[in-house]
Design a protein around this ligand. Structure first.
Ligand code: ADP
Length: 990
């Protein structure tokens, strides 16, 4: 539902954000620098302009006003006819006295005391300070006066510095013209000198207060610097072109001309100049300032720092905004998701509830429908009605299995499929599955083989129920969609480490196969391809299987060729509980096997297992080859098909001497499941032959599926236990009777009881030397009862056993590898598999009953004691479907005990049948499993192998919660069981 952002999308977002940040940084840095530069220049320029205007204003007020009034007076004097006349005739005494009188009038109006007049021959006619004299042309001053006289048209200002006085004077000079003269040639010059020393100092000091970089100076039209902060410039009468160079001077002139009185700026020689003219006087005020450079180091650092700061701030803002936005968006999305999730959950809950209710509602009447149909089918019916009844039953079964599948699927979809890892025995799981499948194959000419890698650890951790479901789904499909040929189950190890094994499960068949175009859609829901007419199914098995695989971190693949067959492969990890391998042959190199089987597929499968367990073997498929091989080499075992027994019997029964190594090889026959067989000194292994069965056979061990093992049973009783007291606990009276029978030769006192609770009571009252406790019992099972007894022991409630624990031996029909450890972990001391192997029983009693209670015994009660074969002994009851010989052999050849067991069995069956006629609901499955489990061992112990196998199939189906199987086979099973009871009763009452 919720889409998690793709990794690539994340990268893309991250990269975009990074690029975006970098670009942003550059933009901000550049714009900051630009802004800084522009504003720095502008700040400087405007600052300089400000200085300039201050200077101009000062000048105007402080200088111009003085100069203006002085000028006006000089002009006025130059205009008096008397003075003018006197210029022309300086020796005229009258004129002189008239001129002096007039001059005196004006003089009192002048600020300065210095006044002079100079005639055109450079003779100073009047001077306030000195007597009149002729200007000396070598004197720079007099030269300058002359120059001024001839060049000045109206008036002239000059500032000069008097080093003797250390004063600066402004000289205001006005030419005097003859009134009538048209050439305007001056006849003399009048002038005054204004002392500007103070003024100049003032300007200098006032500028000094400004920025130190500012250099103001004033210069006149002769480009002499007349006032400056740098007083040197004034003192040494530096000319502007000396100071600025010609270009600089020219620039000032141009700036001045362009300015028309306004201030003008220009940059010259890395300085900014501002020029302002003081119009009336043709003086210029200039301010220079170092041109603001592009960047000084300090500034650069500042800018970088500044930019970084801005950037960081900016980034923080952006990130904050971003985070806030995404948090907002996330919070919003989360809310929406939560909301959606809630809705989906409640919808799915509603759906699951609905499905659960509906399935219950539908299943109950469906049970009635299929049950009734079954009853109809058992009665007298016309062919037509039988057909209808069969159809009803078939359709009903289909409907129920569809409901089961939908329930499963809806659970998976609602995420309610919980993978529950438990400790389980792989061999047990395979056995159960194989039992179910071979029942389904009964009527089809299909060979079912298994290749199970013996090296797989047997004790695994995983969801046993779901693995079983996967196996059953795939094998059922193989069985359903294959009409002839074979189907195979191969389980191998893909990878393994200390903790995990990657199982590879291949289910192969030679069935109809799947067209290439259909292969891609098979794992979709409700897809059934290729018109599976007459084959029941829902199209949900494969999708469920695929999801189960995925939920367990596994995967499923399929290869198929249309018309030839298919292989479905599941690869799935499982935890390892213990590394003990599933099947191991002890000293395999010493156990050479000759495999003779004309059904090549079985022969090959057998050889696969032998090779897997490193057992040397030769495979022959015809009699000729067999004969030539049999005597050629020394064989430890011959494995052959049961159907070939007649042919090989004479060959196998020859004297030991005929055989290589001087010893006849052992013989094991492969029998189809459910086939009744008993031959002395022959081992039977049922098809599909599993590696565990082969390993047990070659190791000389009992096999839980081969109830009579004549080759290994040694019934020599070494001890009897007349002083020992034993307790037998089993919920099935038949089993109790069997066990009692087996124990009777040991002369011990035996108590029996039918439940765990009773056992606890008995343990409180009596002192037992050994307890045989059944594992699976209703209400309180053997494990719980043992735990309770152990608790009583710690509380000292149990009657005195010298403070020691009472040895408790588990009796179980689930004799698979790893069981012993499980029981020991649960407080048992050992375990004994049912049906009871007498040699094992011997061992157990010997080991666990205290030495002081043992007495030497020599009673031989093994199979040897019952040979020759029971068939040669008489009278033996003949009961259809019961191998009475085998049954008697199981009871050490005691016919009377066997007869008692048989009558007890009939009673037992009568009690159980009504319960079995009720189809179990899912919740009643545990009780059902116990029920059929008990029947499995009960029937096996009397020699009713076929019914026992049937019960085993139902037990496996119960464990796998395979209701379809149970529904299909339970009615038939009850019929067979009832029939068996009837036959036994008839036989024993004879
Ligand atoms: P179902 O068997 O109930 O129809 P499945 O999901 O198990 O549903 O299988 C879907 C379809 O795939 C089947 O209907 C059948 O057409 C095809 N199929 C599955 N297994 C096999 C097989 N072993 N051989 C041929 N076809 C198969």
């Amino acid at each position: 539902m919720a889409t998690i952002p793709e990794k690539s999308l994340k990268n893309f977002t991250n990269n975009t954000f990074l690029v975006f940040s970098c670009v942003l940084f550059l933009i901000i840095a550049l714009s900051t620098i630009t802004v800084y530069l522009i504003s720095a220049r502008q700040i400087n320029l405007s600052f300089i302009e400000q200085q300039l205007s201050v200077a101009s204003e000062t000048m105007r007020l402080r200088l111009a006003t003085t100069v203006d009034s002085e000028l006006a007076l000089v002009l006025k004097m130059a205009d008096t006819p008397v003075i003018r006349q006197y210029f022309m005739a300086p020796s005229d005494q009258l004129l002189k006295s008239q001129a002096d009188a007039e001059f005196a009038i004006y003089k009192k109006h002048f600020n300065s005391e210095i006044l002079y007049w100079i005639n055109d021959v450079d003779k100073i006619l009047y001077s306030t300070g000195n007597a009149p004299y002729i200007l000396n042309p070598d004197d720079p001053d007099s030269y300058w006066y002359s120059l001024t006289l001839y060049e000045t048209e109206i008036y002239n200002f000059n500032i000069n510095y008097n080093p003797d006085l250390e004063e600066i004077h402004l000289w205001v000079n006005v030419p005097v013209f003859v009134t009538v003269e048209t050439s305007k040639k001056p006849i003399g010059m009048l002038g005054t000198g204004v002392n500007l020393t103070d003024f100049s100092n003032f300007i200098a000091s006032s500028y000094r207060e400004f920025d130190k970089n500012i250099t103001p100076y004033m210069f006149n039209k002769y480009n002499e610097i007349t006032s400056a902060v740098d007083y040197e410039l004034v003192q040494s009468k530096v000319h502007l072109d000396e100071h600025l160079g010609k270009t600089g001077k020219e620039l000032i002139r141009v700036a001045h001309e362009l300015s028309g009185g306004e201030s003008r700026s220009f940059i010259y020689d890395k300085k900014i100049y501002l020029v302002n003219s003081i119009q009336a006087m043709e003086w210029y005020l200039t301010v220079s300032y170092p041109e603001p450079g592009l960047l000084s180091l300090n500034n650069a650092m500042n800018i970088v720092f500044f930019s970084m700061l801005i950037l960081i701030l900016f980034l923080i803002i952006i990130i904050n905004a971003f985070v806030a936005r995404s948090e907002n968006a996330m919070a919003k999305q989360n809310l929406q998701l939560l909301e959606a999730n809630k809705k989906a959950e409640s919808a799915s809950r509603a759906k699951s509830d609905f499905l659960a209710k509906m399935s219950h509602e539908i299943r109950t009447p469906m049970n009635a429908i299929t049950g009734m149909a079954e009853l109809l089918l058992r009665g007298e019916l016309s062919n037509e009605a039988r057909g209808y009844a069969r159809d009803i039953k078939q359709a009903g079964n289909n409907l129920v299995s569809l409901i089961n599948d939908i329930l499963d699927l809806s659970k998976i979809e609602a995420g309610k499929l919980e993978i529950v890892p438990v400790k389980y025995m792989l061999s047990s799981l395979i056995n159960d599955t194989v039992n179910i499948i071979r029942t389904r194959l009964k009527e089809k000419p299909i060979r079912f083989f298994t290749n199970i890698d013996g090296n797989i650890p047997n004790s695994l951790i995983g969801d046993e129920v779901r693995i079983r479901q996967i196996l059953i789904n795939l094998l059922s499909n193989a069985a359903k969609y294959t009409e002839k040929g074979h189907i195979g189950l191969t389980i191998t190890v893909d990878k393994q480490d200390d903790k995990q094994v990657l199982l590879r499960i291949d289910v192969s068949d030679t069935g109809k196969g799947i067209k290439a175009e259909h292969q891609a859609i098979l794992f979709d829901e409700f897809v059934r391809v290729d018109k599976n007419q007459g084959i029941e199914g829902t199209g949900l098995g494969l999708p469920i299987t695929r999801r189960l695989c995925a939920a367990m971190d596994g995967k499923i693949n399929m290869e198929s060729e249309y018309g030839k067959g298919s292989v479905f492969t599941v690869i799935i990890p499982q935890g390892i509980e213990s590394k003990e391998p599933l099947a191991v042959v002890v000293e395999p190199e010493k156990k050479k096997v000759l495999v003779y089987e004309s059904r090549v597929i079985y022969a090959k499968s057998m050889c696969w297992s032998l090779e897997n367990m490193k057992v040397p073997y030769t495979m022959v498929t015809n009699q000729k080859e067999f004969v030539s091989s049999l005597y050629r080499e020394e064989w430890f075992y011959v494995f052959s098909g049961y159907g070939l027994y007649k042919k090989i019997k004479p060959l196998m029964e020859k004297d030991d001497a005929v055989f290589c190594g001087g010893k006849r090889p052992h013989l094991a026959l492969m029998v189809e499941w459910g086939t009744e067989a008993y031959i002395s000194n022959v081992r039977f292994v049922s098809i599909p032959v599993q590696s565990l069965s082969i390993a047990n056979t070659l190791n000389g061990k009992a096999d839980s599926y081969n109830y009579f093992d004549s080759s290994v049973s040694s019934g020599v009783i070494r001890h009897t236990y007349p002083n020992a007291r034993l307790l037998l606990v089993d919920d099935i009276p038949t089993n109790l009777k069997v066990a009692e029978g087996l124990l009777s030769p040991y002369n011990a006192k035996i108590d029996t009881c039918l439940s765990g609770a009773e056992a606890i009571e008995l343990v409180k009252q009596n002192k037992y030397d050994l307890i045989f406790m059944d594992h699976m019992m209703p209400e309180m099972d053997g494990i719980e009862a043992t735990a309770a007894i152990r608790k009583l022991e710690t509380m000292n409630v149990v009657s005195g056993n010298g403070g020691k624990q009472i040895p408790i031996i588990s009796l179980t029909a689930n004799a698979v590898v790893g069981m012993r450890e499980m029981f020991i972990e649960n407080g048992f001391n050992d375990f004994l598999s049912k049906p009871i192997d007498v040699s094992k029983l011997n061992e157990i009693l010997d080991r666990w009953i205290p030495g002081e209670k043992k007495e030497i015994g020599s009673k031989n009660c093994g199979p040897e004691s019952i040979s020759p074969l029971p068939a040669t002994r008489s009278p033996l009851p003949v009961i259809p479907n019961v191998d009475t010989a085998k049954g008697i052999a199981m009871l050490r050849g005691k016919l009377d005990t066997y007869m008692k067991v048989l009558s007890m069995f009939c009673k037992d069956v009568d009690e159980r049948l009504p319960q079995l006629r009720i189809m179990p609901e899912a919740e009643a499955l545990p009780a059902f499993i116990i029920q059929v489990h008990s029947l499995k061992s009960m029937t096996a112990s009397i020699g009713a192998q076929e019914v026992s196998s049937y019960a085993a199939g139902l037990e496996a189906a119960g464990k796998a919660a395979d209701m379809t199987f149970i529904r299909e086979h339970l009615p038939d099973f009850t019929v067979q069981l009832a029939e068996l009871g009837k036959n036994i009763r008839a036989a024993i009452s004879v």
